[in-house]
Write a protein that binds this ligand. Structure first.
Ligand SMILES: *[C@@H]1O[C@H](CO)[C@@H](O)[C@H](O)[C@H]1NC(C)=O
Ligand SMILES: [Zn+2]
Length: 290
């Protein structure tokens, strides 16, 4: 894992926006979540974040991606991913002992900030940070390439998209989500989220949604870790089944805006919907445990 740190920093410096679902993806997760958050969690987080508007989760959903590039927030950069050292496409899997670096990873970060929100022993300013971290990492953990070490989570796999040079990680963060929602703005996020909410309430996701949250628990640190690890493992499995299905060489230096994107869209849509729904139940569980 340590071998990845300098490379990750380099990529981060070169591509500040390209290390997480783009802001639009995070906002969509947050808007889906806002739709399902119960009234106790809604009032707690609106109050904590000082925002009583309907956008209280979406407005802070991408904050952690700017914080990580500040001096104060640099420590949090490794919290956005877990470097699964598996062997895609032939074998995928996350092993916490193997894959979570000493400086932390998204699974422990979710646990850490979740337990801070439950215990409420830190300052209000730190509780606000904890809330923004949980809202953000619930999204990141659903991006398959945030749960993969190979080629720095795809940052080192050069591809083009509609003729523009980019890398596979950025394509999954932003190009594919935007190919579904139609844009990168907060209003694209809002309208995509409403489509996803309809699919959850009465469409193709209706029969699955209860399964997405089965076993979800914040009862103990171990419960928080095992829930987050389950999310990471599910997300990582897409690296073998879709992201690198035919191996790196099949897509490296090709334009992935056509068939590749069409094949990836259903997985991206599902991951965003699922993580939004899970985030709502997670925030409810936090407030219930306080
Ligand atoms: C938990 O969060 C605090 C506050 O941001 C941070 O100082 C600490 O290093 C984190 N611990 C872990 C294990 O991530
Ligand atoms: Zn992130």
């Amino acid at each position: 894992m340590t071998r990845l740190a300098p490379l990750a920093l380099l990529s981060a410096a070169a591509l500040p926006g390209a290390m997480a679902w783009g802001a639009m993806g995070h906002e969509t997760v947050a808007y889906v979540a806002s739709n399902y958050v119960g009234s106790a969690a809604k009032s707690y987080f609106q109050d904590l974040l000082g925002d009583t508007s309907a956008d209280y989760l979406a407005s802070v959903a991408a904050w952690a991606d700017s914080y990580r590039y500040t001096t104060a927030g640099k420590f949090s950069a490794p919290y956005h991913y877990i470097d699964a050292n598996d062997n895609p496409p032939s074998s995928c899997g996350v092993d916490l002992d193997r894959d979570c670096a000493d400086e932390g990873c998204v699974v422990y970060a979710l646990q850490n900030y979740t337990s801070q929100l439950i215990a409420q022993k830190v300052s209000n300013a730190n509780l606000q940070i904890a809330a923004k971290m949980v809202i953000h990492f619930a999204g990141d953990i659903g991006q398959p390439l945030h749960c993969e070490a190979l080629d720095v989570g795809g940052n080192d796999i050069d591809v083009s998209y509609d003729g523009d040079d980019t890398n596979l990680h950025a394509v999954w963060d932003s190009n594919i989500p935007e190919s579904i929602s139609g844009g990168s703005s907060e209003s694209s996020a809002k309208s995509w989220a409403s489509t996803l909410v309809t699919k959850i309430d009465s469409g193709e996701y209706k029969s699955q949604a209860s399964g997405w949250i089965s076993g979800l628990s914040v009862g103990s640190s171990d419960d928080q870790i095992s829930t987050a690890l389950k999310w990471a493992t599910e997300s990582n499995a897409y690296v073998c089944s879709i992201v690198l299905k035919d191996g790196v060489s099949s897509i490296e230096n090709t334009d992935v805006s056509g068939d590749y994107t069409t094949a990836a869209q259903p997985a991206v849509e599902l991951q965003i919907a699922k993580q939004g729904y899970r985030l709502a139940k997670w925030l409810d569980a936090i407030v219930a445990a306080q």
